[in-house]
Design a binder for this molecule. Structure first.
Ligand SMILES: Cc1cc2nc3c(=O)[nH]c(=O)nc-3n(C[C@H](O)[C@H](O)[C@H](O)COP(=O)(O)OP(=O)(O)OC[C@H]3O[C@@H](n4cnc5c(N)ncnc54)[C@H](O)[C@@H]3O)c2cc1C
Length: 408
């Protein structure tokens, strides 16, 4: 359980080689906005077999639904697969870890797009899966997953204002979304909205909208502290009409059950983000050990000084713990044992350590660490987002505390 098997090791080697060849040379242009990440996303998904692995289960689900199986969330393959390469969460973790050693932004672009497709696959009808999820998984279209609003962040469900009004054989969406990864360039949007009237009134549902639909506009990419290689933006909905088949899930289902695809996607975020943080931690530890052994001051390698040696030891401890949590998450996912407590523990710990370890890595590198010539300052700026997106640290703490106290 604590080692990669042969397939996972091969995957790691293949992704690392792909990143060295395709991604590393592109980082400066991505970082300055001279290049968008989407051609690289397409190449990544096709070159590494991710597209093929995701399309298979989606096709099978569409065929099942076309054969008359009721349109309800598919308990196994759909919700757990995500960017899971045909349902192996450890392979997904390895893939994301490797990408995020170089570009956490490209990792975010990938999970936002695939997360949109996954939400559609988990609870959408056959037509929505064929029209929207499969083109996303084939990397022909870019997806965005839109829950957060200007007034609804941590309390995304309770404070949601975006409304979906039933109108003939469809729905009319009005509202605004913000901080949405891929929004400025996405083709397909999974938009969460509160049903305004009729069946399911008051409940939150996802609706698929497409760029080009009347009443849907997106803002320019936001200027951010980090993740410069992951465009983030707003979505404006003004009387945007979507057909009935673009409703993801069912209207009449009760709130807790019907939001399962949303919760699947949130859990998915919480299960993939630890692996993304692990990539940052691993790279920072490797760079720091190498530098501390090579760099000499006062006639000795700086690794000989206790102040640096103890820092390295603590970074190694964080790496070991983060790796174990990522392995445990994958193990739990594969056996249907994933729960909110474990997902939040892993997300919280790995995000905190990605920030702490990247700051220590800069400190160990001194002035060189502060420059953009090394990857460390970028990794540190990028790491911070994991303490905010997918549920802030405070929300993870709340989730963990609730889970352990409700047992008593
Ligand atoms: C780069 C980036 C990409 C993103 N991508 C997406 C995306 O693709 N799709 C999407 O839907 N969203 C996305 N988000 C939004 C992200 O999920 C939210 O920013 C996050 O959930 C926090 O919401 P908020 O920013 O409104 O902060 P708020 O909820 O306003 O929180 C502000 C502060 O108050 C604290 N706080 C709030 N409630 C409590 C509480 N009960 N107890 C203790 N403290 C509390 C928070 O922890 C935080 O420190 C993205 C954000 C960023 C920065």
């Amino acid at each position: 359980m604590f080692e990669l098997d042969e397939t996972q090791q091969l995957m790691q080697d293949a992704v690392r080689a792909w990143c060295e060849r395709e991604l590393v040379p592109a980082v400066p242009a991505l970082e300055t906005g001279k290049q968008l990440p989407y051609e690289l996303l397409r190449a990544l998904m096709t070159d590494l077999g991710l597209a093929e692995a995701l399309v298979g289960p989606a096709e099978r689900r569409a065929i099942k639904l076309e054969g008359g199986v009721e349109n309800e969330p598919d308990s196994g393959e759909s919700s757990d697969s995500g960017p899971g390469l045909g349902g192996d969460p450890m392979l997904a973790s390895v893939l994301l870890k490797e990408i995020c050693r170089v570009s956490p932004g490209l990792g975010m672009v990938l999970i936002a797009s695939v997360g949109c497709g996954t939400a559609i696959q988990a609870a959408g009808g056959a037509k929505a899966i064929r029209d929207y999820a499969i083109p996303i998984f084939r990397a022909e279209k870019i997806g965005a997953w839109a829950l957060t609003e200007p007034g609804a962040g941590s309390d995304a469900f309770g404070s949601m204002r975006t409304a979906a009004k039933p109108d003939g054989d469809g729905f009319v969406l009005n509202g605004q979304k913000t901080f949405i990864s891929n929004a400025p360039y996405a083709d397909i949007f999974a938009i969460y909205a509160r049903v305004a009237s009729g069946d399911g009134a008051g409940a939150v549902r996802a609706f698929v909208a497409e760029r080009g639909m009347s009443g849907l506009e997106t803002g320019p990419p936001m200027r951010k502290m980090g993740l410069h290689d992951s465009p983030t933006g707003e979505i404006f909905l003004n009387d945007c009409r979507v057909p009935a088949e673009n409703l993801i899930g069912r209207l009449e289902a009760k709130r807790a059950a019907d939001s399962s695809s949303t919760l699947d996607t949130l859990n998915l975020e919480r299960t993939v983000m630890p692996a993304m943080c692990l990539g940052i931690i691993e790279r920072c530890v490797e760079e720091s050990v190498r530098y501390a052994v090579e760099r000499e001051q006062f006639g000795r390698p700086i690794a000989d000084f206790q102040g640096i040696a103890f820092k390295l030891a603590r970074m190694e401890l964080a790496l070991e713990n983060a790796r174990n949590l990522v392995f445990k998450l994958a193990w739990a996912q594969q056996r249907g044992k994933l729960d909110a407590r474990l997902a939040s523990l892993a997300k919280l710990y790995c995000a905190e350590q990605a920030v702490a370890v990247s700051l220590d890595a800069i400190q160990i590198h001194g002035g060189a660490g502060y420059t953009a010539d090394l990857p460390l300052e970028k990794l540190m700026r990028d790491a911070k987002v994991f303490e905010i997106g997918g549920g802030t640290n405070e929300i993870q703490l709340q989730t963990i505390a609730r889970a352990i106290t409700s047992r008593r």
